[in-house]
Design a protein around this ligand. Structure first.
Ligand code: GTP
Length: 622
């Protein structure tokens, strides 16, 4: 239906009074996806026989890890028990739960009038429950507190209903108790959504304004953009404009998800749906941006748009140097679907050609690395993740460092590092252990509150660099898995930071350079030097392994010289055996990298850079 001047498009397809837009916020594993599954089933949008667990988590890796990475929206028709004559349209927006993706959560929240705050009845409130709740409160959303998993024998619904009621400011009796697994209480929850969450309000005849809350790349259809219409309407075939960039596109298709795509003529006030314009890159359709009509469009964008900013950087190198073009292609492809992924080529004397890649956080890093290895069949070495430093030189100039080997030499006045505000929730018996861990990680305590008599919320300011290493693993092990962590960037602080270089036979190995606090530099140097001594085989000459700050050596080990006669073993004249041995030795040599005059086995790099101890990158975990 072309939007010619003679053609007056139909008004909104759904009466806004019958629309409810909501999302589910929860800590990881508290059952959000399972609850979404039950809702799909109860409202009949997915037939029983098509049902599979976590229907909305489409990416393979999401399914395997049981986490939701990209949010999705789905339209559910529901005739509530108290008003069976009126079928309402419930738009459910599934949100990612992990800290790395907080910005996406906040955009999803901005597309809703209300939210279900889902808490596991056996676990209680966790750090991300709180973080998400605060986001919802900032967005003035109606909050429906719900306890899930009440079928579990370990559930303590009474205790946690009280905790939850205290938190949101309602009566414990108002907290709904459901089992997403069995479906118990889920109908009552859908009724409550209709009753309590306000219908969307917008100006129907105003210029169109729709907020993008998600944008995904589909290899067949290009970018699919998910929007919530605030004012006016968007119609098929019209030209639309992205307000942050001014780019215009033709609206090739518009529609809703139930949960498969269902094309429509347009979307009106309060409606949630998808747009397809044929663009091939999600960066042209950014989360948080406002979409309007090209003609007679809105002049003022909806608030809240921000560019995703990478917080953690790591060098990614193909194990086999000839895979470099494939790595570039794979990153290009992933970027189509991930506006937060940034990278640029980098060379390392030790590792060859690779990329310096920026991520939102550790989980993001882990997910990307795994996708590169799994979906694109690449074998990669990832260097230890680091944060971004701002170095002010004595002459007043400024250097932004995303790779430790680029840390400037010379007269440095000050170094700034990013800091986060961390919230840790745990049973009170672990207060001592948590405080000890935070202190050793250069934390400053901000405060502590009791959520109930045996659970506390502890707040710290911590350097992001200290969290990037194995902080979360340490926290989990020191609290027997009971603590949960959430953090948000809060700026930067000036710290006494130095670069520690590792030298092999006098040559700097850039891949092993690290920026650490001055007090930790010595320990880092000693640990790495000892480890390298273990991993690097003896050479024909003596090889000193040193750690240095500038020209000052802080640790040293020596790999003693040997002259290895591989043929000595073969006394007797079996020539074929000798040849075999020589070939084997040649084969081994291929996997060596020359660092200056020293042969370093590939395995040594991998062992040092990806080991589980704190000399290597922390494994990004949930
Ligand atoms: N017993 C029981 N188990 C449940 C219930 N709801 C969810 N689970 C289980 O809890 C685990 C986590 O559920 P998910 O639905 O994947 O959790 P989620 O909150 O979506 O997790 P993320 O997507 O990672 O944020 C799964 O093993 C579910 O089967 C419930 O009501 N009862």
């Amino acid at each position: 239906m072309p939007a010619t001047p003679n053609h007056v498009p139909e008004p909104s397809r759904t009466d806004p009074a019958l629309i409810r837009n909501f999302c589910i916020i929860a800590h990881i594993d508290h059952g959000k996806s399972t609850l979404a599954d039950r809702m799909l089933q109860l409202t009949g949008v997915v037939e029983q026989r098509q049902m599979r667990a976590q229907y909305l988590d489409r990416m393979d890796i999401e399914r395997e890890r049981g986490i939701t990475i990209k949010s999705q929206a789905v339209r559910l028709p529901w005739a509530p028990t108290h008003d069976p004559g009126n079928t309402h349209i419930l738009n459910m927006i599934d949100t990612p739960g992990h800290v790395d993706f907080t910005y996406e959560v906040s955009r999803s929240l901005a597309a809703c009038e209300g939210t279900i705050l889902l808490v596991d009845a056996a676990q209680g409130i966790e750090a991300q429950t709180l973080a998400n709740l605060y986001l919802a409160m900032e967005n003035d959303l109606t909050i429906i507190p719900v306890l899930n998993k009440i079928d579990l024998p370990a559930a303590q619904p009474e205790k946690f209903a009280e905790e939850l009621a205290n938190l949101v400011g309602c009566e414990p009796g108002d907290v709904l108790k459901v089992s997403a697994k069995t479906g118990l209480g889920v109908e009552a929850l859908l009724d409550k959504v209709v009753r309590e969450i306000p219908a969307p309000v917008g100006v129907a005849d105003a210029p169109a304004r729709a907020m993008i809350f998600d944008s995904v790349y589909d290899s067949y259809r290009g970018v699919v953009t998910y929007v919530r219409v605030i004012d006016g309407q968007l119609n098929k075939r019209e030209r639309i404009r992205m307000m942050s960039t001014g780019a215009t596109h033709e609206l090739l298709e518009i529609g809703t998800n139930s949960p498969e795509m269902l094309p429509a003529d347009g979307l009106g006030v309060g409606e949630v749906g998808y747009l397809i314009t044929g663009v091939k890159d999600v960066r042209q359709s950014k989360v948080g941006d406002t979409v309007t009509s090209q003609q007679k469009g809105a002049t003022e964008a909806l608030g809240g748009y921000k560019d995703p900013k990478p917080m953690v950087f790591s060098g990614l190198y193909p194990l086999d140097g000839s895979d470099y073009p494939e790595l570039r292609e794979a990153l290009d492809k992933l970027q189509l679907n991930d506006a937060a992924l940034v990278y640029e080529p980098e060379t390392s004397a030790a590792l060859g050609f690779g990329f310096r890649v920026g991520f939102l956080g550790l989980l993001h890093l882990d997910v990307i690395r795994e996708r590169l290895e799994r979906e694109f069949g690449l074998d990669l070495i990832a260097t230890a993740p680091n944060v971004v430093y701002r170095v002010i030189m004595e002459d007043g100039s400024e250097v932004v460092v995303t790779n430790p080997s680029e840390f400037p030499e010379g007269k440095i006045a000050e170094v700034y590092e990013p800091v986060v505000r961390a919230t840790i929730l745990a049973p009170s018996e672990f207060i001592g252990a948590i405080m000890e861990l935070c202190q050793t990680r250069r934390g400053t305590m901000l405060g502590m509150d009791y959520l109930s008599e045996d659970r506390v919320e502890i707040r710290y300011t911590l350097p992001l660099a200290e969290i990037v290493f194995d902080f979360f693993d340490q926290l989990k092990s020191k609290t027997r898995g009971y603590a949960s962590l959430d953090y948000e960037p809060t700026g930067e602080q000036s710290s006494s930071l130095v670069k520690v270089d590792i030298l092999l036979h006098g040559d700097k190995v850039d891949a092993f350079s690290a920026i650490t606090h001055r007090d930790q530099a010595y320990a880092y140097g000693v640990r790495l030097v000892a480890k390298l001594k273990e991993l690097i085989p003896r050479q024909n000459f003596e090889v000193p392994v040193q750690a240095a700050i500038g020209s000052r050596v802080i640790a040293r080990e020596t790999i003693r010289a040997i002259r290895k006669d591989v043929l000595a073993k073969c006394y007797g004249g079996d020539i074929s055996r000798k040849r075999k041995l020589l070939e084997k030795q040649k084969e081994g040599k291929k996997r060596m990298k020359m660092v200056g005059s020293v042969e370093v086995p590939q395995e040594a790099f991998i062992a040092v850079l990806s080991s589980d101890d704190s000399a290597g990158p922390a494994k990004g975990k949930k």
